[in-house]
Design a protein around this ligand. Structure first.
Ligand code: ZN
Length: 378
């Protein structure tokens, strides 16, 4: 039977443990103990040392109990964004919030608590299930670092659910791939009042470059942005150097490539247009354009067994799962690219990454019940 009290205590206990990215040590120790008590076999993957963090990714295996089924992965992440020092979770009218000026950490501790409650129910009611592999990653919030260092070969599962999105009864099937762009433009410094003719403004080149770019929502599945710009020293100096950074996301790898190229070309064209002869010498400003693939796309089909299994499980509970596209990158992108078909299940969390974050106990209970039904029939 679902135990609201147990679920509530579990979530509150986790929320009170500070676990910012790279400093997940206390949380990792707590989880290892908690999952061990549930009969899980604990494995650490050595990722912490590689990413300068306190904790490794945690893998917890639960053997099959009287049911012959393919292994199933359940994934969550143990780190949270800041501010998260001394979180004081408060439960009022069935809704958890943080008491002070901190986040709550329901991203992603609601998901962890839901998995634990589901495991409690499976055990208590001796419900037969296939092999389960719970993966709790570190450093998800700072570029999916834990998942990127995770070796999917450690898992027997080739399908799974990542519990890591806001809302209720939602399943995310697709997410874009993303590139990060970092541009550095070097012009020529000169006194702005005495010898402006001797200078080439890096800021002016950047302005020309950015205005040549197509940005914002490019089409229904592609977006682009320049998010930061830094440069210049003083109002009386023609700036020599400026740096600006942006990103492109698309569900279509070809569009991702085309949009990225368009932005790089805009910079190259603006730089070429700024070449000038100064005192009889041709001065060429320079552009350094760095493109880094941030994460690959994910695209699970709605008629896949994984999705249809979850939809049917929800229907048996009298609920309807909404199948949706996602707009961001998460651990699930990485798992999918490593050959583990993974969809993202909503945990009930809301207003994440803000101090107004909250999660309703009843919504967490609903997810735990759904998990039991999914696992029972997966
Ligand atoms: Zn998250």
């Amino acid at each position: 039977m679902l135990n609201l009290d147990r679920l509530s205590r579990e979530f509150a206990r986790q929320a009170a443990i500070s676990s910012p990215s790279r400093r997940e040590g206390a949380m990792a120790r707590y989880l290892a103990e908690r999952f061990s008590a549930l009969g899980g076999v604990i494995e650490w993957d050595g990722t912490g040392a590689k990413i300068n963090g306190e904790a490794d990714n945690l893998i917890v295996r639960f053997a099959a109990t009287g049911r012959d089924a393919a292994p199933l992965m359940l994934s969550v992440h143990m780190d949270t964004v800041e501010p998260c020092a001394n979180v004081q979770p408060q439960l009022q009218n069935g809704i958890f919030t943080s008491a002070g000026e901190t986040i709550l950490g329901s991203d992603d501790k609601s998901g962890i608590a839901e998995i634990i409650e589901a495991l409690e129910i499976l055990r208590e009611e001796k419900i037969p299930h296939g092999p389960l592999e719970v993966v709790v990653t570190v450093c998800e919030e700072i570029g999916l670092l834990g998942a990127k260092h995770f070796d999917a070969g450690r898992l027997a599962s080739r399908r799974g659910f990542a519990l890591d999105t806001s809302g209720v009864d939602k399943l995310i099937l697709t997410a874009p791939a993303a590139n990060k762009l970092h541009f550095t433009i070097t012009g020529r410094e000169a006194h702005a009042g005495i010898a402006p003719e001797a200078g080439i403004s890096a800021i002016a080149i950047a302005a020309a470059a950015i205005s040549r770019m197509t940005l914002g929502r490019i089409d229904f599945e592609t977006t682009a942005n320049i998010g930061t710009i830094n440069g210049g020293i003083a109002t009386n100096i023609i700036p020599r150097r400026v740096e600006f950074k942006g990103e492109v996301r698309s569900h279509d790898p070809l569009k991702l490539e085309m949009q990225t190229r368009q932005m790089v070309a805009a910079v190259e064209e603006a730089v070429a247009a700024a070449v000038r002869s100064i005192d009889g010498v041709l001065i060429r400003p320079e552009a350094l354009c760095q493109v880094v693939a941030e994460y690959p796309r994910m695209a699970v089909l709605a008629d896949s067994l994984l999705v249809q299994g979850a939809v049917a499980a929800a229907a048996r509970l009298g609920r309807q799962l909404e199948l949706l596209p996602g707009g961001g990158g998460s651990d699930a992108n990485i798992f999918n690219s490593s050959g583990i078909e993974t969809v993202i299940l909503a945990t009930g969390m809301t207003d994440v990454h803000t101090v107004n974050e909250s999660v309703a106990l009843a919504d967490m209970a609903g997810v735990a019940e759904l998990l039991v039904e999914i696992i029972r029939t997966a």
